[in-house]
Design a protein around this ligand. Structure first.
Ligand code: THG
Length: 428
């Protein structure tokens, strides 16, 4: 639309292609805009990305002062011939200002030229907002901002409940500035119409360029809120989440609908029997969901994210003592059993027993992430900008945290609680 190379609604070529690729179009192209000369880099970019035929239909140059077009047929034709020679296009034509004479000249210029060869690209998880976000070999751990969640942030909830959506966008902005690669948005509160709040918030977020760059993860336990979110997303987002809780039929029905919206999906390790807690059950459920999604619903494995349930530890309840260790143990097994799929978790859940004590909570998150990432965790829902560094954790605290995470001693919880009582109030 202008020299920025973005679509009318602000997307880059790559973000746009990422968002529409799921529809498997026969041809994708660039038209109108500024004429062939200015269109070149964007056609080249699309040609590099699109694993389907590409086209270019430029205007006859830039409009003159009277809104007319002066580019002569031979000139338009030369430019499109160069696109064809460079392997940018399979189809060419003209848009505003082109005439039958232009079309004749274009046809003659590309006569006999070899069509572009459709490229093959490596399969990778790809998401987008106004800009693309691809998980490649060098991406590192992916941070999903957790604070745009009415159940995960009292401040965000108060803003949404008060109808201060602009203030709520500021919370999103803080997550982005804290390094979030994706934003988790959840409106599941008793006093809220989640569908409406989701729609209002996501439409407003789309107008804030610094936030709208990012892909959105629509988070809800209710299908209607998830679908309301999906309808607002211009890019390729992620649905958080579906599970086998209500059986295979309901699971596949939701999965297929999500696929029609072109989104990726988070699958919780939950089935008809309930939430998986042992490593074995976590792996078993993920395997079953993977088979259904890839074989029955036509999913690319790269569009699947498994969440094997980060659960609270050091709660004082003995059955919880192996939760962290089993989560970490399950990661490599899930990735081995489900090639191409990625893993994620809600990291702050881990430390619910230490609410109000950010020193201990942040140490728990940092230590847990350190080990989980080594075991293959690809992404996590976190308070972006508030993650501690493993190496900076005070040694005594680290030892007590790791005793809890790996259930290394019977009094691990007691010793962490004791430490917590000593640092209470610090760092808040
Ligand atoms: N898996 C998936 N999605 C999820 C979760 C998960 N979504 C929600 C949740 N779990 C992840 N998000 C959060 C967000 C915030 C907190 C925990 C998890 C949190 N909030 C502070 C608290 O409750 O103490 C709020 C403090 C405040 O109000 O400021 O801990 O596991 N797929």
């Amino acid at each position: 639309v202008d020299l920025s190379g973005r679509t009318l609604s602000g997307q880059t070529v790559e973000a746009f292609w990422t968002a529409v690729e799921h529809a498997r179009p026969l041809i994708v192209g660039v038209n109108c805009s500024l004429g062939a000369k200015e269109m070149r880099p964007h056609v080249a970019e699309l040609a590099r990305l699109a694993e389907t035929y590409t086209s270019a239909h430029p205007n006859a140059g830039l409009p003159n002062a009277f809104g007319g077009y002066d580019e002569e047929p031979h000139h338009t034709a030369e430019l499109l011939e160069s696109f064809a020679r460079e392997g940018f296009v399979n189809v060419v034509g003209g848009c505003c200002g082109t005439t039958p004479a232009h079309t004749r000249a274009i046809a003659a210029a590309v006569e006999g030229l070899a069509p572009r060869e459709v490229p093959r690209r490596p399969r990778r998880p790809r998401f987008s907002g106004l800009e693309p976000f691809e998980i490649g070999p060098d991406t590192g751990f992916v941070m999903i901002g957790e604070r745009t969640n009415v159940t995960g942030s009292a401040r965000f909830r108060r803003l949404i409940e008060a109808g201060d959506f602009q203030g709520a966008v500021d919370v999103a902005l803080e997550q982005v500035r804290g390094g979030a690669n994706v934003l988790d948005v959840n409106m599941d509160a008793d006093l809220l119409d989640a569908e409406r709040a989701m729609t209002t918030f996501l439409n407003l977020v789309a107008t804030e360029p610094e936030v709208a760059r990012l892909p959105i993860m629509v988070d809800s336990s209710r299908w209607v809120a998830l679908e309301a979110g999906l309808k607002c997303l211009q890019g390729k987002g992620i649905v958080n989440s579906i599970s086998l809780k209500e059986g295979e039929e309901a699971f596949l029905e939701q999965a297929r609908r999500i696929k029609r919206y072109g989104a990726a999906v988070v699958v919780m390790a939950f089935d008809e029997e309930g939430q998986a807690t042992s490593a074995e059950r976590r792996v078993e459920i993920c395997k079953r969901a993977y088979r259904l999604l890839t074989e029955e619903a036509g999913y690319d494995p790269e569009d699947i994210v498994f969440d094997p349930n980060v659960l609270a530890v050091a709660t004082g309840i003995e059955e919880h003592d192996d939760y962290a260790r089993d989560f970490i143990e399950a990661l490599p097994l899930i990735k081995q059993a489900c090639p191409g799929a990625r893993t994620s978790g809600g990291i702050s859940n881990l430390s619910f027993a230490f609410r109000g004590n950010d020193v201990v909570r942040e140490a728990m998150h940092a230590a847990f992430l350190y080990h989980a990432i080594q075991a293959g965790l690809d992404m996590g829902i976190v308070n972006a900008g508030q993650l501690a560094v493993y190496e900076d954790i005070e040694p005594e605290l680290l030892e007590r945290v790791e005793d809890v995470l790996f259930n290394r001693r019977a009094d691990a919880t007691e010793r962490l609680v004791e430490y917590a009582s000593r640092v209470k109030g610090e760092g808040m």
